[in-house]
Design a binder for this molecule. Structure first.
Ligand code: GDP
Length: 199
């Protein structure tokens, strides 16, 4: 798929205010600084579409972008850990969970993972949560230009091993670099194939 047009549509915190035209949508989520804005901008070939970390505060919303007037790319706020007295638990705005679990046109959640890191508890918890809710997701490893292919393969294997402790099958796995645009074509083609299967 070639991205011909990518336009901002609306930002909000309420699912009821999200677009209602029924177009399919694909959400991108991950911990803050994972490289989400850079990846979105790389995918659509527009360096300014999603705001990168340099401009904080802009991403605590559900952001809808329309691509080729055909499907929505949804930029979600990052999740983090809330340190409570006894345990760490995933901290995120309630509206994100509501969006993810109730949005009927949401086809796939791209969960962004920093390829330089060994499996992180918070990311595993988030993916397990998606699995428990029956939400289709893919694993997208970011910043692969920052490590050797040996180190990358090691972290990928560790992630796969962790995931297979909980699930019988692995979700689709993508490796990406916003610097080299590696992974762009595969992700766009993946989306294209799903869109085509609905037509
Ligand atoms: P976000 O908070 O998840 O939206 O993350 P950003 O897209 O703002 O990226 C966080 C930092 O990582 C920025 O300094 C980016 O320049 C850097 N970054 C993001 N993606 C890549 C990548 O693929 N390769 C490299 N080398 N740096 C990246």
């Amino acid at each position: 798929m070639k991205v011909k047009t990518a336009e901002f549509v609306i930002s909000n915190t309420e699912v009821s205010k999200c677009p209602t035209d029924g177009l399919l949508e694909y959400a991108f989520i991950g911990r803050s600084n994972v490289g989400k804005s850079s990846l979105i901008n790389m995918l659509v070939g527009n360096k300014k579409l999603a705001k990168t970390s340099g401009r904080p505060g802009k991403t605590q919303l559900i952001n809808h972008f329309i691509i080729n007037n055909d499907w929505y790319l949804v930029d979600l706020p990052g999740y983090g850990y809330a340190k409570t007295s006894k345990t760490n638990r995933i901290k995120w705005e309630k509206f994100i969970a509501e969006y993810l679990t109730t949005r009927k046109t949401l086809i796939n959640i791209f969960v962004l993972l920093d390829s330089r890191l060994e499996p992180q508890k918070i990311d595993l918890e988030f993916m397990n949560w998606c699995g428990e809710k029956g939400l289709p997701f893919s694993m997208v490893f970011t910043k692969i230009d920052k490590l050797s292919s040996t180190a990358l393969q090691k972290n990928l294997a560790l992630y796969k091993k962790e995931m297979l402790k909980y699930w019988e099958e692995l979700p689709p796995v993508f490796t990406t670099s916003s610097v080299s645009s590696f992974g762009q074509e595969r992700i766009l083609n993946y989306i294209d194939q799903i869109n085509a299967s609905f037509k």
